[in-house]
Design a binder for this molecule. Sequence first.
Ligand SMILES: [Cu+2]
Length: 91
Amino acid sequence: MKRLSIFIAAMLIALPAAAQTHQAAGVVTKVDEAKNSIEIKHEAIKSLNWPGMTMSFEVRDRKLLSVVKPQQKVTFELVQEKGRYVIVGIK
Ligand SMILES: [Cu+2]
């Protein structure tokens, strides 16, 4: 019983972090089909405490690779998954 409550307590702590979505904006610099990623010159992301920079993000769904092109201004959503941030939405 004690183990179970520790487990539930751990779940409650972990769940909000796993579910958090971060909103970001930037300009696409590259779409890499082979790496399943989009490189973006992103603005500062306050919820992550990140400054602006150019970096690449994997996309959760490959279909997202075809909705953007280099030079395009975008807004996108990130979630932390397996220790890295992946794009779950972009437009
Ligand atoms: Cu960055």
